[in-house]
Design a protein around this ligand. Sequence first.
Ligand code: GDP
Length: 704
Amino acid sequence: MTVRVHKLAKELGLTSKELVEKLHALKVDVKGSMSSLDDDTAVLVKEKLAPKKKKKTAPKAAAKAATKPKATKPAKAPKAKPSPKKAEPKPKKKETVPPAPAAAKEEVVEAVVEKEPEKALKVLKIDLPITVKDLAVKLQIKPNELIKRLLGKKILVTINQSLSEESAASIAEDFEYKIERLPTQEEVLLTEHEQDDPAKLKPRAPIVTFMGHVDHGKTSLLDMIRKTKVVDKEAGGITQHIGAYEVELPKGKVTFLDTPGHAAFTAMRARGANVTDVVVLVVAADDGIMPQTVEAIDHARAAGVPIIVAINKIDKQNISIDKVKRQLAEVNLAPEDWGGKTITVGVSAKTGQGIDDLLEMLLLEAELLELKANPDRLANGVIVEAELSRGKGPVATVLVSRGTLKIGDVVMVGLNYGKIKAMLDDKGRRVQEAGPAKPVEILGLSGVPQAGERFYVLSDEKKAREIVSVKRIDADNKKLEAKSQKISLEDLYNKIKEGEVKELKIILKADVQGSLGAIKDSLEKLSTSEVKLFVIHGQVGNINESDIMLASASNTVILGFHVGITPDAKALSRQEGVDVRIYNIIYEAVSDVKAAMEGMLEPIIEETFLGRAEVRQVFKVSKVGIVAGCFVSKGTIPRNAMCKLIRNTEVVFKGKISSLRHVKDDIKEAKEDFECGISLSFKDIQKGDIIEAIETKKVARRLK
Ligand code: GDP
């Protein structure tokens, strides 16, 4: 007996074309929809292509689900798209769930036909964590019924207890629902805050940062501008260093960030704040372009911020402005008067010459950029600086991005919130409100935020308290997980496959200019149609903190060739989760990147020993199962650790510890010389076995 491809496709809920493709992937040789498959092959193919059920699913539910597709899905609908129709009109009761955010409200229950026909699960949108009571309401069953069902899954809970995502998902699946997390209060708030009515936008001042090589005059220029342009109009106004200041010119205002240099700029960016609208690159006319000038250019470019060049110290003798302009052209910043696009202004921080021109250019650039914000709304913005003041408590300098910040506003920032008690401007005067791009110091926060964190004004304090308390719990949980969300060569392949990564940005450090150029060329040649490779910053020298922050802010990897990494940079790379690799052979560097793109890069798994426990007795405990009564002979056994079960020097099982107890209590860790009960998902534990807790870490392949 044989079966035609188109028939089998119909059975599997696929189009013939889709099935043919899948068959080819399975190396089954078929020509088209009229080709035949013998029975054995057909059975195998069905097994392979039929969606796999999760183990968790109760057999009954699985059987039910299996009969479902015919009912819900017309056989000819090939590609499963969410059904436009609502689910079978089921709502027996009116929804009694807590008010959901507007966007999600009307679609609490919605049928979605999944790609695979057997998984016709309906979507159930819920808040997580969810209490047993609330989930019962959502599933339209009695809480007692739910508790019983949970008990059947060995989950013992009371009606008001919260369920984990896993438990909720497992029970929902029995009712043919797939749970989907509703946006949290914070997510709803942030989305609201990012939206603006285009009609309400009004021009705002540009925010400017000075960058450049050390001693080229960044600080002097900032001081000179402040001295000559910030005229105190009111008595008692003395300029204060609050991290930013504002200059008022006949044609408009300009805001300057008072911490010059690319380190501060990039550190803020790494925290998520790209506040700078224009970078003024300061180049001393007597010195020209220097290593940190190049670094600054790369940092500004990585942030996508336009650059205006201030050629400083033009009061000096024996300088050549033309030489500086030639150098600028060499780094792709050809000046306008040389046929390029870069605005350059000659200035002197000593005599004040050219400063007015520079300010005028900044206003022009702002106009070109069409910088706008809506001042008539609840404010949000960025923390520029913050500290704990002895008399005043936490003080923070902020720049408003949107809206107007007012005394009495409830502000949430990171894990802190508070009501604004007072606001001071850059002249130390009390102000009642601050609109877009106006720097002010605020008082009244519950703690000291971090520079670069975003703040949001909320309509009421209760909401702020609720959101922050959830965030604090999350933060505590996250502390336990190692953080590493940045791109690494190891996960590159998967990210390319998932379409998450279209370009791999690289920071390259080498010992000599020659190697730098050679590696850069070889790497950029690896670009494919799927992923483009480019070096956003390449320089001679050791890997430093500024490289790490640039990598963190721009989500890049760092490749070093014959260079070292400073201890501070190394520590920072761990903290920021930045992938740093050092090579001694050019070929190795290039081939590693190539392998990573093809998913062939094998990470090394490094194991660290944490503790050893000897199994002295094995019990069977109702509800828990097999428990190994152990004695910790060395180190500690943490509850969340990976472990190896060793029998006669052979590893018979490797996996997570499923429960760790002392007498009857769950414990977080068992210390040396203590007794504990350990259970694993592996049941064949024997007296005399050794359980070793280990920490595993993927490490980059590194040479010598
Ligand atoms: P930064 O490291 O870029 O902030 O540079 P500074 O502002 O600290 O300036 C370094 C040195 O250059 C100081 O001694 C300044 O007095 C001097 N300097 C800065 N701008 C000028 C200028 O326009 N002309 C002259 N002659 N000296 C300047």
